[in-house]
Design a protein around this ligand. Structure first.
Ligand code: ADE
Ligand code: ZN
Length: 315
């Protein structure tokens, strides 16, 4: 089944580039940039990938990103991901990057962007993978800081298709960023947002009504609100679901309890994505494989999920 799933043409719509930083590359970049790491070796770092919730993961994810310093580092990170895509027949990607994770450490915005963009362009030319880049705001930071990041991005407006919202969800509702998203939309950018991962269904309503998102990232808690479910089905609002992430971060206790196929059968436009594959144990095909192994996903369901990902592209 793995080979069959791997060969399905698919798009990846929920992927944090910083979350593709494999321990081996992390150590190589630390050496290249002479960054001292708190972990003795790759194995020790991998052992630290045991999380009870989103915040425990984010703490490690932001610590790991500290090895990314130069344009070449961001190029190498993105290029390694695109090669994975090629191997898994991912033909279209709409990755996120978190500029604030880097600018707050003194890395210029354009250094980050040029590295990522260079690899995405080479990926299109050399690997035939199409892309649309999404600038994501860190929701644990202030509205003012998000505005500043949007200002930094505007000279490079054409590099992006959309803005997104990620990081610590609970306590940072979409409404906090309504004005930032209004400004982004006025600039012609589309919008997406993480909502209903750990946060309540109300956050999904806010993402739809206030941020006017095209897709909901995660959205698995929508199932707790029947009126919301009806809206998502009626309007065919895509959910970018990340099964391995959800089990690694204890959103579901076990893959057997994941609701993605239940949603699919109710007519929700759900898609399968890897979120932060270096941290959660696999890329897109491994996420599909987990649904086959633990939820009995059929080939017909896998085809529908893959088709949904292609239909839910922004570009
Ligand atoms: N940043 C990287 N991965 C994330 C996730 N799953 N939720 C929120 N923010 C993130
Ligand atoms: Zn995410």
């Amino acid at each position: 089944m793995y080979e069959w799933l791997n060969a399905l043409p698919k798009a990846e719509l929920h992927l944090h580039l910083e979350g593709t930083l494999e321990p081996e590359l992390l150590f190589a970049l630390a050496e290249r940039n002479q960054v001292k790491l708190p972990w003795a070796d790759v194995e020790t770092l991998r052992k630290a990938y045991a999380f009870n919730n989103l915040q425990e993961f984010l703490d490690l994810y932001y610590a790991g990103a500290d090895v990314l310093r130069t344009e070449q580092d961001f190029y190498d990170l993105t290029w390694a991901y695109l090669q994975k895509c090629k191997a898994q027949n991912v033909i279209h990607v709409e990755p996120f990057f978190d500029p604030q994770t880097h600018t707050d450490r003194g890395i210029p915005f354009e250094v980050v962007l040029r590295g990522i963009q260079g690899a995405l362009k080479d990926g299109e030319k050399q690997l035939g993978i199409r892309h649309g880049l999404i600038l994501s705001f860190l929701r644990h930071l202030s509205e003012e800081e998000a505005f500043r990041t949007l200002d930094q991005a505007m000279p490079f407006r054409d590099a992006f298709v959309a803005v997104g919202l990620d990081s610590s969800e609970v306590g940072h509702p979409p409404s906090k960023f309504q004005r930032v998203f209004d400004r982004a939309r006025a600039e012609g950018l589309l919008t997406v947002a993480h909502a209903g991962e750990e946060g309540p269904p109300e956050y999904i309503w806010e993402a739809l009504d206030l941020l006017k998102v095209e897709r909901i990232d995660h959205g698995v808690r929508a199932i707790e609100d029947e009126r919301l479910m009806q809206r998502i089905i009626d309007e065919q609002i895509p959910l970018t679901v990340c099964p391995l992430s959800n089990t690694k971060l204890c959103v579901f206790d076990h893959m057997r309890e994941h609701n993605i196929l239940q949603m699919l059968e109710r007519g929700v436009k759900v898609t399968v994505n890897s979120d932060d594959p270096a941290y959660f144990g696999g890329y897109v095909t491994e996420n599909f494989q987990a649904l086959y192994e633990h939820l009995g996903m059929t080939k017909e369901q896998a085809q529908r999920l893959a088709q949904n990902s292609l239909d839910a592209r922004l570009v």
